[in-house]
Design a protein around this ligand. Structure first.
Ligand SMILES: [Zn+2]
Ligand SMILES: [Zn+2]
Length: 331
């Protein structure tokens, strides 16, 4: 069965879950951070210190790197481009499979992620934008915002289209199943390799520290750079009226999300790199998946957006020309 891409007008009334039950979205505190809310993310970071006792092995490092990139793809292609922006279509089973895979990133479920992200596009770099670096600084936009009461809550109001899928609502309320599954899988993998391939020098504890704790912590910060650095460092091809930037090295570590100014100009396309030379492997992988019928209706960049890009390029070139003329005149 294919997942319906049209927003559901018949969705349930807006309610918010998280720490506050049915509290109205506007009434949630968006500044206060409580120690108990920081505990889970701090614990995952603290688990990385386990490396002092478990050491390392090539296989554990390789698993950590592979899990970073696999989950970055899931966050980028599905949590962002699919659940937040609906830039392609897929089967309902594939939709759930990638939602479940996404929860292993310990970034909650797709409903939480998409609800906040849609709000970000609605109010980019204006005060209601919970993670604008220009509001409370880069560190806030990078990490602190989602530890507040409002940041932790799921903005159901913004995602009526996903509320009609009971499996997604269930996953949202049981999102800890993802990290629990990954920890269990890593323990079993490490233990199995320790018994059957002792030459690899790994064990259950080592695999949990590398495959879950270190990989997930690095993945957190890779993802967070798009809220913090992609609104701070880089160039602006389009005058989007916000602080979004295009940044090639952020595209490298996020599998294509670094073309954030492109994305703010036209969030409705599956591509974030608008040209072949703009590194966007998340799009390339989705393209390959479309050949096998796993996803379809990948929304392209409209011709009008390319025209605006050409226009902006010509304007910049004219601006540089005028500047050179002025400096020659002054000399
Ligand atoms: Zn943004
Ligand atoms: Zn977006």
């Amino acid at each position: 069965m294919a997942a319906d891409p049209t927003p559901a007008a018949r969705a349930r009334p807006a309610t918010n879950t998280g720490t506050t039950g049915q509290t109205a979205w506007a009434d949630l505190d968006h500044t206060r951070v409580r120690l108990r809310d920081i505990a889970p993310i701090l614990s995952i970071h603290a688990m990385c210190l386990g490396v002092i006792w478990v050491g390392w092995s090539w296989v554990a490092v390789a698993v950590a790197v592979a899990l970073y990139f696999i989950r970055m793809f899931v966050i980028t292609a599905f949590y962002h481009r699919y659940f937040s922006h609906r830039t392609f279509r897929t089967h309902r089973a594939v939709q759930f499979a990638f939602a479940l895979l996404g929860t292993t990133s310990a970034q909650r479920g797709p409903c939480w992620w998409a609800g906040h992200h849609r709000e970000h596009h609605r109010h980019s770099d204006e005060e209601p934008d919970l993670h604008s670096p220009w509001w409370k600084g880069v560190l806030w936009s990078h990490t602190v915002w989602f530890l507040t009461e409002k940041g932790r809550a799921t903005n159901w109001r913004a995602i009526p289209d996903w509320q009609k899928y009971p499996e997604l609502v269930w996953l949202e309320r049981n999102h800890l199943i993802g990290p629990a599954l990954l920890i269990t899988a890593m323990a079993i993998l490490g233990w199995t390799l320790g018994v059957w391939a002792p030459g690899l020098g790994t064990n259950g504890w080592q695999m949990v520290v590398w495959g879950f704790a270190i990989s997930t912590s690095v993945l957190y910060h890779g993802t967070f750079t798009i809220n913090s650095l992609a609104h701070t460092i880089g160039s602006q091809r389009f005058k989007t009226g916000d602080d979004s930037r295009n940044n090639w090295w952020l595209a490298l570590i996020t599998l294509g999300e670094g073309w954030h100014n492109n994305h703010h100009e036209y969030p409705g396309t599956v591509r974030q790199g608008f040209y072949w030379w703009e590194f966007d492997p998340a799009y390339w992988i989705l393209k390959v998946m479309s050949w096998f019928g796993l996803v379809w209706d990948l929304r392209p960049v409209p011709a009008s957006v390319y025209e605006r890009a050409e226009h902006a390029k010509a304007e910049r070139a004219a601006g540089v020309g005028r500047q050179r003329q002025r400096s020659r005149g002054a000399a």
